[in-house]
Design a binder for this molecule. Sequence first.
Ligand SMILES: CC(=O)SCCNC(=O)CCNC(=O)[C@H](O)C(C)(C)COP(=O)(O)OP(=O)(O)OC[C@H]1O[C@@H](n2cnc3c(N)ncnc32)[C@H](O)[C@@H]1OP(=O)(O)O
Length: 161
Amino acid sequence: MNFYSRKWVRPEDLNANGTLFGGSLLKWIDEEAAIYAIVQLGNERCVTKFYSEINFVSSAWQGDLIEMGLVATHFGRTSLTMSCMVRNMITRKTILTIDKIVFVNLGPDGKPAPHGYTEITYLRDRIPKRTTAPIPRQPITEVIPVQRPEEATSIDIVDPR
Ligand SMILES: CC(=O)SCCNC(=O)CCNC(=O)[C@H](O)C(C)(C)COP(=O)(O)OP(=O)(O)OC[C@H]1O[C@@H](n2cnc3c(N)ncnc32)[C@H](O)[C@@H]1OP(=O)(O)O
């Protein structure tokens, strides 16, 4: 397992118990896992599909330095499964473990697409090269004007999803 990112636990990341807020930690992990998937699958269009149970093994405290580790455990047809561990960088005490995080490789149509990889790369050989414009958002198909414009605080947009 490689520990790629380190974080310094700051006051804004604490919960009411004065320890690291689980939501902050999960947000960091999801971003780390997304970057890992992009590098492994050579595609910016990778999305989180599944998290197995998350074990908050021990707390981190303000001022602690922590590090996040990931390793790919299974290359599927369109998916990549990885496992995760977060630990204290100094003491090496485990803070969190997640057995399975699954990301899915999407094609240009937004549907699962085969990625073609079977093994971990430790190089930067698969990093996607952006040859076109950034991924566009889903088009807005219809804008409904509000009935009484003087009461409007925003425009109602129909989301086609
Ligand atoms: C980085 C981010 O924050 S992304 C934001 C959060 N994520 C999202 O918004 C994704 C929302 N989800 C989706 O759009 C859809 O579920 C999709 C496109 C990801 C997948 O659609 P599905 O209909 O499940 O696709 P499909 O059944 O073909 O499965 C795709 C892969 O996921 C795997 N998979 C599906 N469900 C699960 C599950 N519950 N657990 C583990 N793996 C799963 C499948 O085994 C398959 O892998 P494989 O091709 O390697 O065998």
